[in-house]
Design a protein around this ligand. Structure first.
Ligand code: SD4
Length: 337
């Protein structure tokens, strides 16, 4: 018969095994919250909130949210109405990640209007994390998505206009572009000129998830992939710590493993705000000249529901919805401006 000490030892062993496997550890209850990059994140948040307020899963919430701008015909930086690459192809990048380190992504996906849902199926139905180009399209079609022409008349007209003066060079930073605006009228990341949807949610069971979806840089080189579908760059979630996402010039975010860095800084004790500031400053310190004209913004959420955001240039805003205040748009602080 085991004595008391043996029973205590065995209980301890079982408890640590459960902690390691995660099998018996229930996430603590939390106050749900969803945050999204840019003001068009308000509509995304509403769709996500419909899931969260009924006690739904954060993963379902971020997918529902990301699908909103993907079909918004006025949004030329996400989904089907996104501006094409320099050869006129609309090519989409998206990623999704949950609190259990499960993740999926698609890059350079053409002809499918909901890349975020394809990314989720990569996560759930394949042993892989990232599918690209023709293979991603083949997978999407096999999963029942309908291929279609995504280039809208508006986007096509904008592309043809760009071709007239572009000398066929890709635009280095679409957020700084003056396309369609009076010279000097564009503020980086302003209402006419912003990009990726990154959306992060915490549900009532304390589960975190994130999603990121974009048509990438306008007029990019064919085959160019940005940060948004790269886990650790455009999106990262650690269910025990927090989640982060980014918008802006993807090349700079990839170079610095930006969203992973934000989450790791939170692990080391930084608040989401401090972590976003440090990650932005890494980019600025490493490439001070380039940083004067490019935009990168990070948005972060931790397991307590604290939010942080920071950008290089003025103009980055995020949308927040937590059921207590009305969904609101919050300007992020920035290095310049
Ligand atoms: C990308 N981060 O493809 C995305 C899109 C964006 O300014 O936000 N561009 O680099």
């Amino acid at each position: 018969m085991p004595n008391r000490r043996d029973v205590f030892k065995n209980t301890l062993a079982l408890t640590s095994l459960a902690a390691i496997s995660g099998a018996a550890t229930a996430a603590p209850a939390a106050k749900p919250i969803v945050v999204s990059t840019w003001d068009f994140g308000v509509a995304a948040n509403q769709a996500a909130w419909d899931v969260l307020k009924g006690g739904g899963y954060a993963l379902d919430a971020v997918e529902a949210g990301a699908r909103i701008p993907e079909v918004d015909l006025k949004n030329h930086s996400v989904g089907r109405a996104g501006y094409p690459d320099r050869d006129g192809h609309v090519s989409l990048d998206a990623s999704i990640m949950d609190e259990k380190w499960r993740c999926g992504a698609v890059a350079a996906l053409e002809h499918i209007e909901h890349p975020i849902s394809v990314a989720r199926l990569v996560m759930e139905k394949t042993p892989h994390v990232l599918l690209v180009g023709a293979g991603a399209l083949q997978f999407a079609v096999e999963q029942g998505f309908k291929p279609e022409e995504l280039l809208t008349p508006d986007s096509e007209a904008a592309w043809k206009d760009w071709l007239k003066t572009a000398k066929y060079q890709p635009v280095a930073n679409s957020e700084m572009s003056t396309y369609g605006h009076a010279p000097g009228s564009v503020v980086p990341g302003d209402v006419h000129n912003h990009d990726t949807l990154g959306i992060l949610a915490l549900d009532a069971q304390g589960r975190l998830s994130g999603a990121c979806t974009t048509s990438g840089m306008a007029w990019k080189l064919r085959g160019r992939v940005g940060d948004s579908p790269i886990i650790g760059a455009g999106l990262y979630v650690d269910g025990e710590i927090g989640a982060a996402t980014s918008t802006g010039v993807g090349e700079e975010v990839i170079r610095n493993a930006g969203s992973f860095l934000v989450v790791e800084l939170m692990r080391q004790g930084r608040s989401p705000q401090q972590a976003c500031e440090e990650a932005v400053m890494r980019i600025v310190k490493r490439r001070p000249e380039a940083a004067k004209t490019l935009q990168v913004g990070f948005l972060a959420l931790n397991t307590k529901g604290d939010v942080g955001a920071f950008a290089i240039q003025k103009g980055f805003v995020y949308a927040q919805c937590d059921g207590t205040k009305t969904d609101r748009v919050v300007p992020a602080r920035s290095v310049f401006g």
